[in-house]
Design a binder for this molecule. Structure first.
Ligand code: NDP
Length: 475
């Protein structure tokens, strides 16, 4: 689950520069090798403007009560100047810097110093040391999966503080929202720059590095596949999951506390947003081992779009509904609230079951039941860059027979539910569903581009068997 904003994946033309000979013509299924001008233009646009896009949203809430078009209209008509808006923007503060440093250090501590105990205590939960998928160079990494434990400890501490200890106000995140934004940016850029330097100077696995001729493309899309410090500090797993996704539910709780402080109550819309997004976040951590086999970990290299995206884009833009509800305390009618709840839960069910079916099918190598029957599948083969031949299977029954990415369809239904919880007063909370639609549609296309390279004719057989990508008869 990455906050991602990336350019079109260009055609894979030449193989990894570390591969040679026979291997050089194989294993072309990782990310792009060369950046065409269109990708490069996208990269430069995002590097330059993505922080301002996020700034625009949170500034619109801070200064214009979340009216998304008002700042642009004010600027266009001369009612405000950029300098006025900038002058009203809270600067970084010492308090926010301390808070942020403490937050990230605490998450590093939970990630590194506490071996997982949840897998011993919670039946059905898979944590502890787990293996990832085969990388393009043929390596298999081990991961310390302890995200659920980190999430639980963090939230128990938050609740203990709110109800017993009172070390800090539960509105602390909202109260420092923009000063924290500058700190998150600093970390996002620092970690991306470090990852770039590391990729050139001391990569963890040189065979899984990729370089294009473009500095900007390398910076954004990443050079190293799985950068690590030491044996266990894995950049992708840490930054994808924490601090961004652990923060997501805390941020929502802080927004709910602020709504109560300002308006004397927490509305049913705020409760719905908190509950539905908490289900999604908890699902992520409960299934962190499964997450090791998703595109974020199996395909994407670690660059700015993961590093900065996880630090800034995700915590600031995925939480817009809660932020909006602080300024607009929407109280939904019972049918509206029930409709949102139903859409959110059905979307979640489809999302989870589709992901579960693939996971079960792959884990048992097809020796399982899907919708009560033996699964139907297509046998396929691929070659990694080291020349090794591997076998795999593509499921064509259950939700995977309905569409090739029905998990995205469920995700989109859930995303729409969060937005609909905010009513119809403003455009701003609907940014999320627009963004997710673009993100997941683009992801469909680039995943299929990758799979077509990886599986060749076998992939064509699969697309013939399951023609729809997201929704039968539509796309
Ligand atoms: P998938 O879990 O759909 O993984 C795609 C991969 O699964 C393919 O590359 C291929 O990999 C394998 N695969 C494809 N078709 C089949 C099949 N029929 N049978 C078996 N394996 C198949 O995609 P993601 O990793 O992108 O997404 C995981 C989840 O995360 C999704 O539910 C998505 O909605 C969610 N997500 C959420 C985001 C957010 O920001 N909220 C962002 C991105 C994703 P292989 O090489 O192993 O064959």
């Amino acid at each position: 689950m990455a906050a991602e904003s990336q350019p079109r994946a260009p055609k894979a033309k030449s193989p990894n520069r570390v591969a040679s000979g026979r291997a050089a013509t194989q294993g072309q299924w990782g990310r792009a090798w060369e950046a065409d001008w269109f990708s490069l233009a996208n990269v430069i646009f995002l590097l330059l403007f993505a922080p301002f896009i996020v700034y625009y949203f949170i500034m619109a809430c801070d200064q214009y009560q979340c009216a998304l078009t008002s700042p642009a209209l004010d600027l266009a008509t001369g009612r405000a100047r950029l300098s006025d808006i900038w002058a009203r923007t809270p600067a970084v503060t010492w308090k926010a810097a301390q808070l942020y440093a403490l937050w990230v250090s605490f998450q590093v501590l939970l990630y590194m110093a506490l071996p997982d105990v949840c897998h011993r205590l919670l039946p059905g939960y898979v944590g502890g040391v787990q293996e990832g998928a085969v990388t393009p160079s043929g390596a298999v990494n081990k991961y310390q999966v302890n995200g659920l434990q980190a999430w639980l400890i963090t939230h128990l501490l938050w609740l203990a503080n709110a109800h017993l200890l009172s070390w800090f106000s539960p509105t602390i995140i909202f109260d420092n929202w923009i000063p924290l934004f500058w700190c998150a940016n600093l970390l996002g850029y620092a970690v991306s720059t470090f990852a770039m330097v590391k990729g050139y100077c001391f990569p963890t696995n040189a065979k899984d590095c990729k370089f294009t001729g473009s500095f900007f493309y390398n910076y954004m899309m990443g050079i190293e596949f799985n950068p690590r410090i030491g044996k266990w500090f894995d950049f992708k797993l840490f930054f994808n999951g924490r601090p961004g996704i652990v923060a997501w539910t805390l941020i929502n709780l802080s927004f709910a506390a602020k709504q109560r402080e300002l308006h004397g109550q927490v509305t049913n819309a705020m409760v719905l947003v908190n509950v539905l997004q908490a289900i999604y976040v908890l699902d992520f951590f409960w299934n962190e081992t499964w997450y090791l086999k998703t595109i974020d970990i199996c395909h994407d290299h670690f660059g700015w779009y993961l590093g900065w995206g996880d630090c800034v884009w995700l915590p600031y833009l995925y939480t817009l509904q809660g932020l909006y509800l602080v300024y607009h305390p929407v109280q939904l009618s019972t049918p509206h609230a029930l409709g949102v709840l139903l859409l959110g839960l059905v979307g979640y069910y489809i999302f989870r079951m589709t992901n579960h079916q693939k996971d079960l099918f792959r884990r048992t190598d097809g020796r399982c039941l899907i919708w009560g029957r033996k699964p139907r599948f297509i046998e396929c083969a691929y070659t990694s860059a080291d020349g090794q031949r591997h076998r795999s299977k593509l499921l064509v029954s259950g939700f995977w027979g309905v569409a090739r990415h029905f998990n995205y369809t469920g995700d989109l239904m859930g995303s729409l539910a969060y937005c609909l919880a905010c009513g119809g007063g403003h455009l701003l909370p609907y940014f999320y569903i627009i963004y997710m639609t673009v993100l997941l549609t683009h992801r469909c296309v680039r995943d299929e581009h990758r799979c077509a390279h990886k599986y060749g004719r076998d992939w064509a057989r699969y697309t013939a068997a399951v023609p729809a990508r997201l929704l039968p008869g539509v796309f």
